[in-house]
Design a protein around this ligand. Structure first.
Ligand code: XMP
Length: 187
């Protein structure tokens, strides 16, 4: 698996330190409240597991299955909520966690939906934010790292379902890319 990585963009120790800081900010922003953490599957799993364990407080964890990036090739315009039933957020203090902010469509759709469902407060955190104009008007409240507009894997992010378990964020070597399923940023 490691042989498929061209370049390590963000090393494990760097992620660790940054998460400590994000956790402190979140603690300050939700004083004494029971946070309902909503993890966007599957990309935010690793980020959320490491971040929530840095929050020494009562919280509840829910997952949302949202699809916007079909087959790992390109970000489609449509955001689908795939769960039969969404978490009950009425009156809750919600923290949505996603792996990466790209076009912004996913986060925008999720925040709009949770707000419409009656959440009292919705804050958002992403491990990565691509430095580009967003198709949807949204920025995250907590950003781990701003990166260029390139396709990355690792630390939860995948290419065709693989590489999520890499402990760092990196770019894929050309030899690991299926010519018929090129990530959009590499076309
Ligand atoms: P939007 O465009 O809605 O996209 O902000 C967010 C979702 O798109 C996926 N995404 C990526 N996945 N490497 C990945 O593995 C990438 O570079 C990448 N860029 C976008 C991801 O699922 C994210 O939640």
């Amino acid at each position: 698996m490691e042989a498929d990585i061209e370049r390590v963009l963000i090393a494990e120790e760097v992620i660790d330190k940054r998460l400590d800081l994000l956790a402190r900010r979140i603690e300050e922003d939700f004083p004494g409240e029971i946070i309902q953490v909503i993890i966007l599957l599957k990309g935010a799993l690793v980020f959320a597991a490491d971040l929530t364990r840095r929050l020494p407080r009562m919280l509840e964890i829910e997952c949302l299955n949202v699809s916007s990036y079909h087959g790992g090739t390109e970000s489609s315009g449509q955001v689908d909520f795939l769960d039969h039933k969404l978490p009950d957020v009425k009156g809750r203090q919600v923290l949505v966690l996603d792996d990466i902010l790209d076009t912004g469509r996913t986060l925008r759709a999720v925040v709009d939906r949770l707000t419409a469902d009656g959440a009292a407060k919705v804050k958002t955190g992403v491990l990565l934010a691509k430095d580009k104009a967003r198709a949807a008007n949204v920025e995250a409240d907590y950003v781990g790292f701003v990166i260029g507009d390139e396709f990355v894997v690792g630390y939860g992010l995948d290419y065709q379902g693989r590489y999520r378990n890499l402990p760092y964020v990196g770019t894929l070597a050309e030899s690991a890319i299926d010519p018929d399923h090129r990530p959009k940023a590499q076309e």
